[in-house]
Design a binder for this molecule. Sequence first.
Ligand code: ATP
Ligand code: MG
Length: 621
Amino acid sequence: MREYLRPYYARLCCIILAAILAVTAETLVPIVTKSVIDRVVVAGIRSELVPLSIAAMVLGVLQAGLNFFRRWAVSGATVGMEKTIRDDLYHHLQRLEPAFHDSWQSGQLLSRATNDLSTIRRFAGFGVVFFITNTWTFALIVVLLIQMNWWLGLLTGGVFLPVTVLCLRFEKRYRLLSRRYQDQQGDLATYIEEAASGIRVLKSLGRRDEASARHLAQARVVYGTQVDKARLRGTFWAALDLVPNAAIGLLLLLGIVAVGRHELSLGGLVAFVTLTLLLVWPIEAMGFILATGQEAATAAQRIYEILDTPPLITDPAARPGASMDRPGLSAGRWLSDHRAELAAGVASPARPMAQGSGRLVFERVVFGYPEAPALVLRGVSLELEPGETVALVGATGSGKTTLLHLVPRLADVTGGRITLDGADIRDLPLPELRSRVGCAFEDPTLFSASLRENVGFGVPDASEAAILAALEAAQAEFVADLPWGLDTRIGEQGMALSGGQRQRVALARAILGRPEVLLLDDPLSALDVHTEAKATAALASVLAASTALVVAHRPSTVLLADRVALLEGGVITAVGTHHELLATQPRYRDLMSADDLGDGPDDGAGNNGRAAPGVTAGASR
Ligand SMILES: Nc1ncnc2c1ncn2[C@@H]1O[C@H](COP(=O)(O)OP(=O)(O)OP(=O)(O)O)[C@@H](O)[C@H]1O
Ligand SMILES: [Mg+2]
């Protein structure tokens, strides 16, 4: 049991107790009626009429009051419980590494966080309460009937026994159908989500009909399972209806026989019939309750499949026996020491590069994706001195993005290690590591928020001046034309930005906190030649303040770097300046396409028209 659910369980226990007391009060009313008939009407003891009437009234008021409390308290408890589990699920999903998300369909996660949680809430608020109170009502009534007439009581109890057997059989079959239905619903949610997010691709390739057909096929599967479920439920409920209603007639007949044999009083017969009728609803409702119970059990199982998945990338503090290479430096302390500096961002005077600050070393780094047969990185060794910019060049699919992902620990190395200022990055607290490393990845993901929030994502208390300076450094001059400036909503359901504009916002986000280490995955790929030239010049001054690893496909970007590393076959095969590699590495020459093959701006002829004026290899230093 999750500790945070304890208060909700306590509240549910109170609600169940109130419900039990309410049905007990309801069940005792026929006993009072029996006394009125036997003692007041038949025996003529009139003095008992008033106390018995008061008792009946008290029981009625008690029942109404307790039911009011149950209904009033139940929604707060169950909605609160649903919210708390959803919060936990969300935080857990955030803790899980990207590889986990790669292996799960988004619709499956979505259906767990919405449908499954609602199913659990419904069961906690209705199913659990009535399962317990109905069982209690059944036991209480059978005991009261046995007290009135033992053989009639036992017979009544016995008549309902086949219902238990029926319930058990139903449960097994319904559990299978519930699981199938909930999984299929998750798949359907994935199709809908993909069709919405990929609408442009679908339309442009004319694949709308195929996507509709795929959706329709899955919707049909879900429909079929839903109908199977409803039919099974319907058959089961019909059987549940039949048993008590058929039994009532028989029991009434036997009750009259018992009265005739003076084994039951007249009041007893009335109480017997009333109590037997009170049994009908609990028995009939059992079918519905068991169905919601099965759905809730399946939903809980599906949610625990996520909650029970341990995050593989954790803080050293969370790993047993882990030691800190930098004793005494906690994430909290590091962040508080650097908070002002982070908030000031690029608007502050350039942060002095401390000796040994931001030295990034890859030591024989090996990495393979889980479930992928081949290793992507087979022993990458590369040293980046503090403040140095290294361009990473390699063919498509050679592992450049993968290598960058390893630094902020979006995945952990399979072999070898990466150190930052001498400390294995796995021994640094994650918040510290991720504050010291700024990233702009290939896919410039923006969130449904204002431009200000998007840029300040990693440094939430950054000043406006710092955000504007970061945007300026990223050459995002289009911001001036946005209708509400920094407060313009961008991302999904916001102002649509072009690919290049998104890239510049992502770049501004990466450089805002002036991270010690800057990882840029082809940061200027979507820019036109003129914007690229301006951005390159601006980027050069930003890169001067950080240790930077920049994935580059074009000479203009390569020229920002002090050195270039060539990634081939999962290893770094050559490191040197752009000119050295051009001269010595045919493969490097191949990668820098023919018309981009300028010797840099220093060739004077400007045949590398894309390079920013005055930017040469190492010129940014
Ligand atoms: N999530 C993943 N799961 C499994 N394999 C992956 C995953 N991401 C990438 N790969 C594989 O790893 C290899 C390296 O991919 P990576 O994205 O690092 O290449 P890249 O050098 O950045 O390419 P590009 O220049 O096209 O961006 C590729 O073969 C790719 O198929
Ligand atoms: Mg890549």
